[in-house]
Ligand binder design. Structure first.
Ligand code: ADP
Length: 447
């Protein structure tokens, strides 16, 4: 501002001097014109210097601006200051980028940046090993062309990356990789890939171990239980003091048999996939079968059952598994509801799901137990469960079976009032025949 004012003063002084000299020599206009030309030429000269400095070649990029005075000096200094600030900021950014690239290069997991067209932008060293990417050949190539696997393409285009994708490494079936994608910026993606071969191997070993141990225990337990049953049938010949221990041994052998049966079931659910051909199951028939089997099991408790199910509702799934899941819930309801209680089994088609609920007015569950109920061997009260022959594996089995049918388990309960277990199946599991029946029913009702 100071220099701007002195520049104006200088111009005024020049014009006043030109007026005085012009008046003295009798050619005021000429002298004024000449002095304005001199003033403009000096500004043009400064502009030229400025232009030359701006267009200097890159080898001189650090050179100081031309020396000048007044307003021009101010302009040169200001621009030089801005240039220095910008240089500092870009070197700071370059530093950060270098550090990010160096640290991701040191990672064991692959990091791949993918632009919004789905093409490769950048990747770290591990990506070259895990995904066989080559720099610079693969730059700007489409990721789905480089990783040619239908499940990867489906995962990549789904844009739902809540879950990770596990699959064999491209061109190396012995390696198992886990893919996780995060969306950022304008539809750009960062993909992180981990080698989980070892983890996968340990997990299959664990599953095999549980399966094998349960299988191997099956025969000895059956033999022990068989002998105990034979002894219990002939208790008369046995000393009175052995009666109680024999009964307890038999009860425990029953429990062991149940645990082994449930563990085998869990292990087969974990190790085998759901077959492609599935059954069309009439829900009403399934409900009746479960009701009569449970009533038979808990004859002494004389519960009242209520079944609510649209008459022609069919679902698609594995019958034996769905029987087992719903039956587990109904048996639990019967186990944990005192004699004379009420059990309600209901199927209801909602807007997003088919809900199969099992409700009882039994002992209920305290709120803080609910999130852990589907964990293996989680039981609220061990002694109560063992009295009822529980293994603590029932709800874990239910959860597994439902997950195989893309369904979820919701648990609602009020302590000492009762519980409700809801299986939410996707509508895609409702058989088309029952949807046709339903629409036919609706249209006849409208008519
Ligand atoms: P368990 O074989 O012991 O019944 P589950 O996995 O089937 O094992 O159930 C886990 C626990 O959840 C049970 O020990 C029981 O305490 C509780 N539970 C399950 N169903 C009910 C129910 N309908 N009412 C009250 N408690 C229940």
């Amino acid at each position: 501002m100071q220099n701007w004012r002195s520049e104006l003063n200088r111009l005024c002084l020049l014009l006043s001097l030109a007026t005085v000299i012009g008046y003295a020599v009798g050619h005021t206009s000429w002298v004024m014109l000449i002095s304005l030309c001199v003033y403009s030429l000096s500004n043009l000269y400064q502009l030229r210097r400025f232009n030359l400095w701006l267009n200097r070649d890159s080898s001189e990029s650090d050179s100081e601006p031309p020396e000048s005075y007044g307003l021009w000096g101010d302009i040169f200094d200001g621009i030089h200051r801005l240039q220095k600030q910008e240089r500092r900021a870009s070197s700071y950014l370059a530093n950060i980028i270098d550090k990010a690239q160096e640290s991701s290069a040191a990672l064991e997991m692959a990091v791949v940046m993918i632009n919004r067209q789905g093409n490769l932008d950048w990747w770290n060293f591990a990506a070259e090993n895990l995904l066989s990417l080559h720099y610079p050949k693969d730059r700007n190539q489409s990721i789905t062309n480089l990783i040619r696997n239908p499940s990867f393409s489906e995962y990549f285009h789904s844009e739902n990356y809540d879950e990770t994708l596990k699959m064999e490494a491209p061109g190396e079936s012995s390696k198992i990789l886990e893919f996780q994608i995060a969306l950022f910026g304008e539809n750009e993606r960062m993909m992180i890939v981990r080698d989980i071969t070892q983890l996968h191997r340990l997990e299959s070993m664990r599953k095999d171990f549980v399966g094998n141990v349960s299988h191997e225990l099956g025969t000895p337990i059956t033999v022990i239980k068989g002998y105990l049953e034979a002894i219990l049938d002939n208790l008369d010949g046995l000393d009175e003091k052995w009666h109680k221990p024999m009964r307890q041994m038999w009860q425990q052998s029953m429990r062991m048999e149940n645990i082994v049966r449930d563990l085998l079931m869990l292990s087969s659910l974990e190790t085998t996939g759901l077959t492609k051909t599935q059954d069309v199951i009439g829900l009403q028939g399934l409900f009746s079968e479960i009701e009569s089997d449970t009533q038979q099991m808990f004859k002494d408790k004389a519960h009242t059952f209520e079944l609510v199910c649209p008459p022609s509702l069919d679902i698609v799934g594995k019958r034996s598994e769905l029987y087992s899941a719903i039956s587990n819930l109904v048996v639990n309801a019967a186990k944990y509801t005192p004699a004379g209680g009420h059990i309600n089994l209901c199927a209801d088609i909602g807007t997003d799901s088919l809900d199969i609920s099992v409700a009882d007015n039994g002992i209920g569950i305290e709120n803080h137990h609910i999130p852990r109920l589907t964990e293996r061997f989680y039981r609220i009260d061990g002694s109560r469960s063992s009295e009822t022959g529980g293994t603590g594996l029932g709800l874990a089995i239910v959860k597994h079976i439902l997950a195989r049918h893309e369904a979820e388990l919701e648990i609602q309960s009020t302590y000492s009032e009762g519980s409700c277990f809801i299986c939410r199946l996707p509508l895609s599991r409702v058989a088309l025949s029952s949807i046709d029946d339903e629409t036919r029913l609706e249209s006849t009702e409208k008519e």
